[in-house]
Design a protein around this ligand. Structure first.
Ligand SMILES: [Ca+2]
Ligand SMILES: [Ca+2]
Ligand SMILES: [Ca+2]
Length: 423
């Protein structure tokens, strides 16, 4: 009965470097012969951490291609830039760049892909044999969600057009959400289950075949400043115990260990994946936390210090430590919402209420089995925009494009909180 259209979003700062060969959440890459694909082939090898990249063979029978990113935002810093790496390489070995090949448009959308504006056109740019980095200011898009699209057009040749390392960041933080490095990768020391508020995520437990980084930022939970939430972490530890840290980027600057952002969750005793232990702790969300989407990182690391001194504090020196032994990092999204929008109020049984269309261009209609008593509409920063009594529809005609939160109270005092998007 409920038919919400959930539009996937990612918090900023943001980076997509194609760590696996799966198409990242929220992206689309076209269909048939005009489709871009994630992987690596011929000269289409990536730049940086992974060879994996997003590429397409452009040739006489397949001259155009298009793809778009997930929606990223809100962009709450004034100095955000958008950048990516690209190269074109001849289809045949040794995959040299072509002198004449065509062009691609770089487009941006602030309405989740309904309309697009050209940021730039890259036209027959001379290749270097290496990746070329393109960077564009997003100063004009502060506080908005943005989606980026690339439209590629071939005019000559048979070549691969490759893209990698899509990134939205502040120049003042050149490596947002930097990853730690493990001497022995994950080995038998992975995280197999996390619970935090409404997040309950189990992940793979194959010793020696589990990546040291898992990106679960498509999994999100709503949390309120000033509230405390339980967290549990489960995982094996092959020889020595493992320390577990949690980090939440409360001030939304791409750095995980500013004051008050680090939490020592505890130590997991040695165990194999089949009998892995679980530790629990609590995280107090500071009243100063910036509202909106941000990232939470869980870092687990096995270490000899913990073995020789079980009471030793964590030996994870930071969320980007370069000297960890073996373990895993999992990233999640947490959406910090004002206290009055607590999801614990969201106690209406599924099917009881329907809000549509979502996204909308102006009117939101509300169908409810129970009579509606009142409504409140908030912007993404948690400010009350409008409120009223019994209502069947709400007009967003005079409101800016973006994400809004609607809280509906029914006659029986049940409360529903939903996100709606105005295009
Ligand atoms: Ca890559
Ligand atoms: Ca895991
Ligand atoms: Ca931070």
């Amino acid at each position: 009965m409920i038919q919400f259209t959930t539009i996937p979003t990612a918090p900023a700062p943001w980076k997509e470097e194609f760590l696996t060969s799966n198409l990242p959440n929220g992206w689309s890459t076209g269909t048939g012969t005009s489709a871009f694909g994630v992987g690596t082939a011929r000269g289409a090898t990536g730049n940086g951490t992974t060879a994996t990249n997003l590429f397409k063979n452009q040739y006489s029978s397949s001259t155009t291609g298009s793809f778009n990113t997930i929606a990223v935002g809100p962009l709450n810093a004034a100095d955000y830039t958008f950048s990516f790496d690209y190269k074109q390489s001849k289809y045949d070995s040794p995959y040299a760049p072509l002198a004449t090949w065509g062009n691609f448009e770089v487009q941006i959308s602030t309405d989740f892909g309904t309309t697009w504006t050209n940021l730039a056109t890259v036209d027959n740019e001379a290749g270097t044999g290496s990746y070329i980095t393109k960077t564009y200011s997003l100063a004009a898009y502060q506080n908005q969600y943005v989606k980026i699209r690339i439209n590629a057009n071939r005019t000559a040749g048979d070549y691969d057009l490759s893209f990698d390392n899509f990134e939205i960041k502040s120049p003042g933080n050149s490596n947002p959400f930097c990853l730690p490095t493990f001497q022995y990768n994950s080995d038998g020391n992975m995280i197999t289950k996390i619970t935090f508020n409404t997040i309950d995520n189990t992940s793979q437990a194959t010793s020696g075949a589990t990546p040291s980084y898992e990106d679960f930022t498509n999994i999100s939970t709503d949390i309120n400043p000033g509230n405390t939430y339980p967290i549990s972490v489960k995982g094996p530890s092959s020889t020595f115990p493992s320390d577990v840290m949690a980090y939440i980027d409360f001030n939304n600057n791409g750095i995980f260990d500013d004051a008050g952002e680090s939490f020592y969750i505890g130590q997991l005793a040695a165990a194999n994946p089949a009998n892995a232990n679980t530790i629990m702790s609590n995280i107090l969300i500071p009243s100063t936390a910036v509202l909106g989407n941000t990232k939470m990182r869980i870092v687990k690391n096995t270490n000899i210090a913990a073995y020789s001194n079980p009471s030793a504090p964590n030996s994870i020196s930071g969320p980007c430590a370069t000297d960890l032994r073996a373990g895993q990092v999992e990233d999640y999204t947490v959406n910090i919402v004002a206290g009055s929008l607590s999801t614990t109020e969201n106690n209406i049984p599924k099917g009881g209420i329907r809000i549509y269309p979502n996204p909308t261009t102006s009117i939101i209609k509300i169908d409810s089995k129970e009579k509606i008593k009142s409504f409140e509409l908030y912007n993404i920063s948690g400010q009350l925009i409008k409120k009223g009594g019994k209502v069947e529809e709400i007009s967003l005609e005079n409101n800016a494009s973006g994400v809004y939160i609607i809280k509906i109270t029914l006659e029986n005092n049940e409360v529903s909180v939903s996100k709606v998007i105005k295009k």
